[in-house]
Design a protein around this ligand. Structure first.
Ligand code: PDD
Length: 279
């Protein structure tokens, strides 16, 4: 696989970053994930815009123009023959002698991009079955609106879910669901779609924003507000959204089976619309 590192396209074995990289030492970096369907990048502009915001919030520069970023994404997709898959973009504050204070301005950032081939990404059998989630306390830091590479707690959450035979975890704070380990969370009750309002408590999903737009265009009712795990367990249906899962139905939350235990009509329809409109 060819990857991009600091201005060069290299075979992955030859790509290197410093042991003093702040991404490694302090998780001082941000990332983006853009999906590819049929060789086409999905929602690229949205991901770039959020990247820009994440960098600004952390006092980092945007090291490349949007056109340059697009060119690198396209080159990797082509070079690695990605039909369906994901492109990861990672930017850290760069390498400097270990110090909590940021290095001086002008320290070169580390920029890495790599692809993951996921044949049939949009036709996953999971979407037909629906996934099972557990609820866990949200023990992440307070600025979840910044897409940083601090992903240890979400990894732990994923492992807690697996240990219980579930697929993912919904995180809960002050008795309200924030989001999934790497996705936004939704419930549907009496035809109304409910998902948490934007704030510092959740990542502002690019897929979320597109899906809510499509839902409103299709005259579906949307409420952006917090909901409790109890409300979720009594919902008619539930689903998650992200660049890697698009719209994925949820059929079980902890011990509660939703509806008849199969993906609900709203989640199915939104998945269809999202895939149709974005491809
Ligand atoms: N995760 N919330 C969290 C905590 C996330 O990590 C993600 C994305 C989302 C959904 O955002 P978007 O729709 O822009 O993908 C919400 C990516 C896919 C990941 O870490 O792999």
């Amino acid at each position: 696989r060819t990857v991009y590192v600091n201005g060069e396209f290299l075979p992955e074995e030859q790509a290197k970053v410093s042991v003093f990289d702040r991404g490694f030492l302090f998780a001082d970096g941000v990332y983006e994930v853009t999906s590819v369907l049929g060789g086409k990048l999905i929602d690229f502009a949205g991901h770039t815009k959020r990247l820009d915001r994440s960098l600004k919030e952390l006092g980092m520069e945007m090291p490349l123009t949007e056109d340059e970023l697009l060119g690198i994404h396209r080159h990797l997709v082509e070079e690695n023959g990605i039909e369906d898959g994901l492109v990861y973009l990672q930017i850290t504050r760069g390498a400097a002698d270990r110090d909590f204070a940021y290095p001086e301005a002008g320290t070169p950032q580390t920029v890495v991009l790599f692809t993951q081939a996921k044949p049939g990404l949009a036709d996953s059998p999971q979407a037909e079955r629906g996934i099972r989630v557990i609820t866990i306390p949200d023990e992440r830091w307070g600025r979840r609106d910044i897409k940083t590479v601090q992903l240890l707690y979400p990894s732990m959450g994923k492992m807690m879910a697996k240990a219980e035979g579930a697929d993912d975890a919904w995180m809960v704070e002050d008795d309200c669901v924030t989001e999934g380990t790497s996705n936004n969370a939704y419930i549907v009750k009496n035809g109304t779609i409910v998902t948490r309002h934007l704030g510092t408590e959740i990542l502002h999903g690019i897929t979320r924003s597109a899906v809510l737009r499509f839902a409103r265009e299709a005259q579906m009712k949307v409420e952006e507000r917090a909901f409790t795990p109890d409300e979720a367990k009594e919902a008619d249906e539930a689903f998650i959204t992200s660049a890697s899962s698009f719209v994925m139905p949820v059929v079980q939350i902890d011990e509660a089976t939703l509806g008849d235990g199969t993906p609900g009509p709203v989640a199915r329809r939104l998945r269809e619309i999202y895939l149709e409109e974005s491809r």
